[in-house]
Design a protein around this ligand. Structure first.
Ligand code: BG6
Length: 481
């Protein structure tokens, strides 16, 4: 069933959603509010049940009491709360899976909101007791990120999961794909004859993809120090944006048609060259109005840490359409502004016609897809400055989602959970996409086992070398703020 071909969104089929890691941060902050929003929108079946599984002591009432802290305690929550139960158990204990086998029937979604070390063991345990057999309903597994820490570990994890579950049963989350503006990239490109006509190397000079955050690592020091900006953001989130910008038009809106086109792009990314990449680490300062201690002094960060909190790189996508077009990607914490955006820089129009005017340079057209926080789209055009001379200056056309639509309070997980229930894998990563992402960044992971990142001031635009990476090509980054 696909919601994409229906006039009104269908109610999801009844299912039990088993959440491993029910008392965890992800369940509280994102999953439960998203389920409440789906319930409020009338998209959940009256027979939906939520079974939370966790290590911690507790019962149904205790779980509900934890979860209600993150949602509005009104009639919608009350309806859903009655269907929430808790099962205490150790994810490694065979007894837990025996209990689950006795309790579960019909459609089941197993959501792994756990530390990554549990992903494969849980799926293996479910598989061994037959809980992934689909004879009396669907059985689906949702796997959170990080999916592996490099190419070899991602391949290994895929292999282990695929022993017990078919690819069609596995939903690998990339929460960026739940964002409305990310889903809108396809519409911007393929729903507008104007854009698609110029979406190629003939008209596009280069593309910049930025995911800038003002926050530091906060209390996630232990996770982050073992991860770093590259693993945390690039092969997953930024590559998904890259794939949507670069993919060929799929033959249909079917999940497989879209995922295949995206996978082709990721497979065509030339493995990153360490000479075309920069890593940075923030020093103390003020970012987003908050004072931050230097990364090296953050809680749970190793004294001899070489982990980067910023990364920038130039990539090539080796396809016919993108021949010779550089893609510049950057992401970092503790930067001057929170801003995720894609900037398409078009080539300059020939200056010839205006050679006898005061115009020395024509401002190139740029299209900015504002992913967050100010969702929208803007376009810079060259216009004539009013007056007696032909003086050409850039002007900005801007569309802001918030001015035309009520965006409500959504977490981005609504669409993803709803799609899992409907069996629509469009917004989930296939095994080959994940592995392709790791393959492309593996040279950087290898090179960065040595040396240290360049330091940058918290609240700045990132390390100096990132500016140099662009300046070398006669280009500059779009201002973050
Ligand atoms: C997560 C990363 O996947 O994405 C975080 O682990 C990061 O480090 C977050 O802050 C960014 O997502 P969003 O939706 O807040 O832009």
């Amino acid at each position: 069933m696909s919601k994409r071909t229906k006039a009104t969104p269908p109610v999801a089929p009844p299912a039990t959603i088993v959440i491993f890691g029910a008392m965890g941060d992800l369940t509280q902050r994102l999953l439960m509010p998203a389920l409440v929003n789906l319930q409020a929108g009338g998209l959940l079946s009256g027979k939906t049940a939520i079974l939370g599984v966790g290590h911690g002591e507790g019962d149904d009432a205790a779980l509900r009491a934890e979860l209600v802290k993150f949602v509005e305690d009104g009639p919608v929550w009350q309806t859903l709360a009655k269907r929430i139960t808790y099962l205490q158990g150790d994810f490694g204990d065979a007894g837990l899976y025996a209990t689950l086998t006795a309790q579960l029937e019909g459609n089941v979604v197993f959501y792994l909101a756990t530390a990554p070390a549990f992903f494969a063991p849980i799926v293996e345990s479910l598989g061994k007791v037959g809980l992934l057999e689909e004879s009396h309903g669907f059985r689906r597994v949702v796997v959170e990120k990080p999916f592996g820490t490099d190419l070899a570990s991602a391949q290994d994890l895929n292999r282990r999961l695929l022993v017990h579950a078919a690819e069609e049963q596995i939903y690998r989350i990339d929460h960026f794909l739940g964002k409305e503006t990310v889903q809108n990239i396809i519409v911007t490109r393929f729903g507008n004859a104007l854009t698609e006509a110029v979406w190629n190397s003939r008209y596009i000079d280069h593309v910049q993809i930025t995911a800038a955050e003002t926050v530091g690592v906060g209390t996630r020091g232990a996770f982050y120090d073992a991860t770093g900006a590259l693993r945390d953001m690039v092969p997953n989130h930024l590559f998904q944006l890259l794939a949507l910008v670069c993919m060929e038009p799929p033959n249909s809106m079917d999940a497989e048609a879209q995922r295949s086109e995206k996978a082709k792009v990721i497979a065509a990314v030339r493995p990153a060259d360490p000479h075309d990449a920069v890593r940075g680490r923030y020093k103390g300062g003020t970012a987003g109005g908050t004072k931050l201690v230097a990364y090296k002094k953050a809680p749970d960060v190793a004294k001899d840490s070489r982990t980067e909190t910023y990364v920038a790189m130039k990539l090539a996508v080796e396809t016919w359409r993108w021949h010779g077009v550089p893609f510049y990607l950057r992401t970092g914490k503790a930067l001057g502004a929170r801003n995720t955006e894609i900037v398409i820089h078009f080539r300059e129009a020939p200056l010839r016609l205006f050679r006898d005017t005061p115009t020395e340079e024509l401002p190139p057209n740029t299209m900015v897809l504002h992913i967050q926080p100010n969702e929208g789209l803007s376009l810079t055009m060259a216009v004539k400055k009013p007056g007696p001379l032909v003086d050409i200056v850039p002007a900005n056309l801007h569309f802001a989602y918030a001015e035309q639509f009520d965006l409500g309070h959504r977490t981005g997980y609504e669409t993803l959970l709803y799609d899992v229930l409907l069996g629509d894998q469009t917004l989930f990563q296939r095994a080959d996409q994940i592995e392709g992402g790791w393959r492309a960044v593996q040279p950087l992971l290898d090179a960065w086992k040595k040396g240290q990142p360049q330091e940058y001031e918290a609240g700045s635009a990132g390390p100096k070398d990132a500016e140099a990476l662009m300046a070398r090509d006669g280009r500059a980054w779009h201002t973050i703020a």
